[in-house]
Design a protein around this ligand. Sequence first.
Ligand code: G3P
Ligand code: CA
Length: 268
Amino acid sequence: PTSAARAREVHVPTVVAHRGASAYAPENTLAAIDKAAQLGFSWVENDVQRTRDGELVVLHDESLQRTTNVEDVFPGRAPWKVGDFTAAEIARLDAGSWFSPAYAGARVPTLRQYMRRVEQNHEKLLLEIKSPELYPGIERQTLSLLGNEGWLDRRHLGQLIVQSFSADSVRTVHELRPGVITGYLGTPTVAQLHGFARFTDMVNPSYGSLSPEYVATVHAFEGPHGRPLGLFAWTVDDAATARRVAGYGSDGIISNKPDVVRAALDGN
Ligand code: G3P
Ligand code: CA
């Protein structure tokens, strides 16, 4: 069974560190996934985009502005879109100082660097293909890199989920590599679920759109691998919401503060 299905059997949601343990270290950096590992979490979430010269990098926003010093290093290149910069240019940026001086010098990782650190840390990855409409072919490219890094091998079965807000992107991933576990980000209608269940193993909604009935509806569908659709809710950072969403039957909770969620679910 998937981790989601396993989690459901014992009614303990999987806790996923959102953009790494991003309340405590700068999001989507190697420091953030190190922090997740230090806190004892094996699942991390990230966001993948592409540079002007075709390198896959890990960053949430379409612009480098919020989470790097790009304005200082490259003034005059507003709006500082990831896709307008080369990998070498992005590698020069400080992606840690905006968060805290303690993280000065943290970099925007390439996906290759990121996957190697995930492997070293014995972590598991919920990989989001972000804004795929901006990056034609990013699904094939991402799968190719994952394959080269060994992440499509049997030893990594159950340790990787590829998700997107774009149903087309999720479908493309499933068609290219049917063995990969996939997730659709959003709250599809029942009518949509009939179609989506052909290519997605999971439906991962914002917690604000959830109800116990909706979780049960999602679970009643069977995904492309013959198992009930899984459901991870995002982004839950407080104890009361974590308990509520777990009570709805969510298989996972995605959090910037995974330690807070775990403590809440342990009853602490
Ligand atoms: O993994 C769920 C969550 O990351 C989706 O929203 O905007 O944080 O990428 P966002
Ligand atoms: Ca994300």
